[in-house]
Design a protein around this ligand. Structure first.
Ligand SMILES: [Zn+2]
Length: 302
């Protein structure tokens, strides 16, 4: 049994690296909030089967591979409905749309590596929408763009807030080398906005349950800025993105053994270089036909 009662009819499945919340409509029927990573499918299914649950619906917080990977599989198996933020639902609606996320990959690679991320959405959640009546139950929506383009937090009728990836737990703060964000500056604004997200209990996807997130918000903001500063320290003279990735792999001891890992690290570092650019710490230059980053205080310029 790997289910945890959070409050009232809100529970979550512990799948090791993350919590997958669910809301019980009755003894049998449940609504899942996200569907985990492809490797977590067996654990999710065994929790559902042990409890003889029936999935009536899925609400997604955002369209990342570790949150939507089992959407279509579970939809086919349980004939359930899916609600998801509109933009990310459309991204995950076809391989060619998914290329907007993974523009470094070819369409063939996307079909081979990320095909499991595709799903059909029944209800689109717009960025103007603050609640959704889903399977006869009212969930509130709190918008936190930044980690992904239209990331949302979902509040169950028990006033339990699922913050998904808008925050990470202390365990991740202590161990993550390069946390991922789509647009870090926007994510930091959303993290700050979470101070007004008023719930009785909060579930963080990776991975914790808290009754107060005030300190966690401040510590998340400090952690993300600190990691971006670590990327800043890698930039020596004028460097291409490839050179920054190479430097990061040495300094942070990151394994770049295949293209998948390389692309992932590059995307993570890109979120830092974007942030450093937006906050005026670095500039972009064209140097002998190469697109390069340099610190604004680069002594080569003086
Ligand atoms: Zn995510």
């Amino acid at each position: 049994m790997n289910t945890i009662k959070v409050m009232g009819d809100t529970y979550c499945i512990d799948v090791g690296n993350s919590y997958i919340p669910f809301y019980k409509l009755n003894e049998k029927d449940i609504i899942l909030l996200d569907t985990g990573h492809i490797h977590e499918r067996e654990m999710i299914e065994s929790a559902i089967e042990e409890n003889e649950f029936n999935i009536k619906g899925i609400i997604n917080s955002h369209g990342h591979p570790d949150h939507v990977a089992n959407n279509q599989y579970l939809k086919n198996k349980y004939n359930c409905l899916i609600a998801a933020p509109m933009y990310e639902a459309q991204i995950c609606s076809s391989a060619i749309n998914l290329k907007a996320y993974y523009n470094d990959n070819t369409l063939t690679e996307i079909k081979d590596k990320y095909g499991y991320m595709l799903f059909e959405t029944d209800f689109y959640i717009t960025d103007k929408q603050n609640e959704i009546n889903f399977c006869g139950v009212e969930f509130r929506i709190f918008h936190t763009p930044g980690h992904s383009p239209s990331h949302i937090c979902i509040t169950t009728p028990d006033n339990v807030g699922y913050v998904a990836d808008a925050l990470v737990s202390y365990e991740i703060i202590e161990t993550a080398k390069i946390p991922f964000d789509f647009v870090l500056l926007e994510d930091l604004k959303s993290k700050d906005k979470l101070l007004s997200y008023d719930c009785d209990i909060y579930i963080v996807a990776h991975k914790g349950i808290y009754d107060d997130i005030t300190n966690l918000i401040a510590d998340n903001i400090a952690f993300y800025i600190h990691r971006a500063e670590k990327t800043y320290e890698l930039i020596n003279g004028r460097m291409t993105m490839g050179e920054i990735v190479k430097q990061a792999s040495i300094k942070f001891n990151v394994n770049l053994s295949n293209i998948y890992k390389y692309d992932m690290i590059r995307r993570m570092l890109q979120c830092h270089t974007d942030y450093l650019y937006e906050t005026g710490k670095i500039r972009l230059v064209i140097d002998k036909g190469f697109r390069k980053y340099e610190r604004k205080n680069n002594p080569l310029n003086s």
